[in-house]
Every structure is written in C-alpha cells, then in structure tokens.
Design a protein around this ligand. Structure first.
Ligand code: AMP
Ligand code: GLY
Length: 438
C-alpha cells in the first residue's frame, strides 16, 4: 500500500516509524515531515493545512491510505475533501472533528448524551462569564470555544485573575473569533488521565493507558504546553476504571456522534479527571496526542497499517489491539522560550550517540537539516523515547540518552514519571542516575 501521513512533528515521526515496519507498506510519503521522518519516507513539501494540494498529490500518486496527525487539517475539512474525491483517509470529517474544534459543541454534546463532565455555562460576553464564574466559585475554568493551540484554557484562582482572563478573551481579543463564545465551567479535582481509542465509526480499539505532562516546568509548574513528556502505562488508571470509561464515556460518545450524523472515524482521545464521583471528561481530541503517540507506538504489537486501513473503510479487521508488556517513556527536549517564542537555528549534537543507548528511539519534532547538520527549528525539538522492562528502566534509558544530546538552548523536564514512580516525594526532582549522566 502507498501511504501518506500528514504532519511533521514527533507524533507523525512515531506514526511513520510504526507504519514503516508493516509488510503491507510499499511506499511511504509524509507532508511536510521532518529530517527524522526523511530517513524512511519521501517528504512532500506541502503544509498540513494545504488540503486541496494534498488531495491533488494523493490522487496523482494513487495513495491507498492517508493518515492525518494534527487537528488543524481535520478542522478545515481535509477528510471531507478526500472523501469527495474518493480518496481513502483515516480521520473524522469536519463535522465530527467539532468534538475537538468546538468546546461549546462538545460540552452540549456531553450534556445531551449523559456523558459525565463538569457543570458549565456558555458565555457570549463578559457579564455572562462573570455571572457564571460567581456561580461556580474559584478556582473556575474558562475555555475559548475554538482551537487555540492548547493555550485557550485559563483557570483563575481569584477576582484579579478572572478579570485578566476576561480582558484577554473579550477585550484584547487575544484568541480572535475562537473566543466569541467562552465555556465557563466548574473546577474538577482529581488525577488527570488520557484515554485514547481508534474508532471505525462504530467500534473502539483502546490504546494502552498513558499519561502526559502538559506543564512546562517541573512539579507541574509554569504554562501549559503541547506536552513535555509521556509514558505508558500511565501508573494511575486501574483496569476497572478503564472499563468504566469505555462503557460510560467512549461508547456513548461514538454512538452519540453516529446518531447525530457525525460518525467518528479516526482517533477519539478523552482527557478526563478521576473525581470522587467517577471519571468526568475535560475535553475530547479527534487525533492522537503528541507526545502520547510516541509512547504508544513503541508499545503497539500489531501492524498499524491494516488497522488504520480497515478503520478508514468503516470496519476494523480485529477486535482489540495488543500491547507489549514493556513500558515506554518519552522525554521532550524543547528550546528555551517555548511555548511562546523558542530560540531556533542552533546546531544539535550527540544524536547518534543517544540513539545507541539500549532501548532508545529518537523521534524528531521541530528540527531542520541545514548543510548536512540537524538544527533546532521549533519549540519542541526532539522526543527521546525508550522502552524497558519497567517504567523506571524506560525512563532511565530515555533520560540517559537525553543527557547525550545538546544544543545551547535545550530545555527539558527532569521529572517525567516521578509522580508515578515516587508519589510520596512532594519535592525534589527525579534525577538521572549517576551512571547514565552524560
Ligand atoms: P483542556 O484543553 O480542556 O484539556 O484543558 C487544558 C487543561 O486545563 C487540562 O489538561 C486540565 O489540566 C485543565 N482543566 C481543564 N478543565 C478543567 C476542569 N474543569 N477542572 C480542572 N482542570 C481543568
Ligand atoms: N499532549 C496533549 C495533546 O496532544 O493534546
């Protein structure tokens, strides 16, 4: 099969890495890709949001399956365009992707279908938002309706922060039309978990449990980012809770979307809080998480290609996915200034030595090849991933390899996995063992 993967981050590198192992693959293309992906796919110089040109390319080459990584092309209707031209693609239509691209839609959907979530109000202006915030009390959660690259959620802890947040949404219009409507919701307390499945529109194939670390700083301090690390298993999700989430959240979501004529073919990613009253949904994504995908691809036993191809056709060829017993971990190496204005263009050293550490796989994210050298070219630059017999071993390997890679503005969180491995350690960071320090 000829396959086209859309996107160019670490998630797409991991997807390409996995697809490249399939005996059914004949040609692999990636648009726009990155230098890591170029090792086993032909890069296509088209951006992920150039949906008409991507469809032209797929039909010229005779692509048998297109796989979409990021959310933007989905929200722009890439799947609708491909379907119109009868080009096979794995992902949700624009209407189905609204489960991610409109928080107002997803909250109303959950309410209508009895899916547990936080109480909420949709505010159209400042006064409405203030009234709703007063009803729920502090901390309160404010969410821009539309896509905001992970930055549209604010959690004011008092009046002053509330007014600052409302200034950004309604007066400064920092998020433009994405914040024409703002969801105001009650703050939920509990452990946060991700639950990710593939859907063919009717059935769910759950991934192994995983956990990501969204904040920039150690001890979950600092701004939200796309994600600074991940590991699988999650260390927090019990089997019984996973079964509850599948029955009470995932299945009703897939069925409810189908009933509304928004069949969900693609990825369904539920972000949840395990509250005292059971799991409640924070948000949905209609795509794989990044860096969750990197940790999951390392553990997936099955051939990914026939799974995605049968899902795109609306009928999975198997009833569950198998995962290796090994644990996996992913440490994100980013550049100083991320997530606001990362330093770019610095030469990266040590990639080859790091790739030789036992169990380690390196996925590229924001890198570029310049005169035969790999340089930093984005906020999140590299994903140093590893497998191991235990989570501790996977993390030790990933951190060991991370120490061998260097560029002047490299930053990383040193505590990925620490909350799970050592829950009692309220302070201090999870340190790289002395024998693995670079
Ligand atoms: P979202 O994009 O909706 O996942 O929100 C981003 C982050 O804000 C989540 O990963 C949570 O850590 C936090 N968050 C969102 N909604 C709530 C809520 N109702 N209660 C507590 N934390 C929340
Ligand atoms: N790592 C979180 C996300 O991809 O949404």
């Amino acid at each position: 099969m000829k396959v086209l993967v859309i996107g160019g981050g670490g998630r797409e590198h991991a997807i390409c890495w996995k697809l490249a192992q399939s005996p059914e693959l004949t040609e692999l293309y990636c648009a726009p890709g990155n230098p890591g992906i170029a090792e086993f796919a032909d890069l296509v110089p088209l951006a992920a949001d150039e949906i008409h040109q991507l469809a032209d390319f797929a039909s010229e080459i005779g692509i048998d399956l297109t796989v979409v990584g990021p959310e933007l092309p989905l929200a722009l209707g890439i799947v609708d365009e491909f379907k119109r031209r009868r080009l096979p693609i794995f992902g949700p239509t624009r209407k189905a992707a609204e489960i991610e691209s409109s928080k107002v839609f997803s909250k109303q959907f959950m309410q209508e279908h009895g899916i547990p979530t936080a109480r909420f109000t949709v505010a159209h202006d400042r006064a409405e938002a203030e009234r709703a915030a007063a009803e729920y009390g502090f901390p309160v959660v404010l969410k821009a309706d539309g896509l905001a690259a992970g930055k549209g959620v604010m959690i004011p802890i008092g009046e002053r922060e509330l007014h600052e947040a409302l200034d950004l949404f309604f007066d400064e219009r920092r998020f433009g039309a994405s914040a024409d409507r703002v969801v105001v919701e009650e703050y939920l307390e509990g452990q946060e978990v991700s639950f990710i499945v593939l859907s063919d529109g009717r059935h769910a194939l759950p991934f192994a449990a995983c956990r990501d670390y969204k904040r920039l700083g150690e001890m979950d301090d600092g701004p939200n980012t796309g994600g600074m690390g991940a590991h699988s298993p999650s260390g927090v999700l019990e089997k019984e809770t996973a079964a509850t989430i599948l029955e009470e959240v995932i299945k009703p979501t897939i069925d409810g979307m189908a009933a509304e004529g928004r069949e969900l073919r693609g990825v369904l990613y539920a972000g949840l809080i395990l509250t005292e009253d059971g799991p409640k949904v924070l948000e949905y994504n209609a795509r794989l998480g990044d860096p969750e995908a990197q940790a999951l691809m390392l553990r997936l036993e099955d051939d990914l290609l026939p799974i995605l191809a049968s899902g795109a056709a609306g009928n999975f060829h198997l009833s569950r996915m198998q995962f290796k017993k090994e644990a996996s971990a992913c440490v994100v190496l980013a550049s100083r200034g991320y997530p606001v204005k990362p330093v770019k263009g610095e030469a990266i050293e040590g990639l080859e030595a790091a790739a030789e550490v036992a169990g380690v796989t390196i996925f590229h994210a924001g890198t570029a090849a310049v005169d035969g050298e790999i340089v930093s070219a984005g906020g999140r630059v590299l994903n140093v991933c590893a497998t191991g017999h235990t989570l501790r071993e996977a993390l030790r390997r990933a951190y060991g390899a991370s120490q061998l890679i260097d560029w002047p503005s490299k930053i990383l969180r040193r505590d990925i996995g620490r909350a799970v491995l050592d829950p009692s350690s309220g302070s201090g960071i999870w340190r790289v063992p002395a024998d693995l320090r670079g």
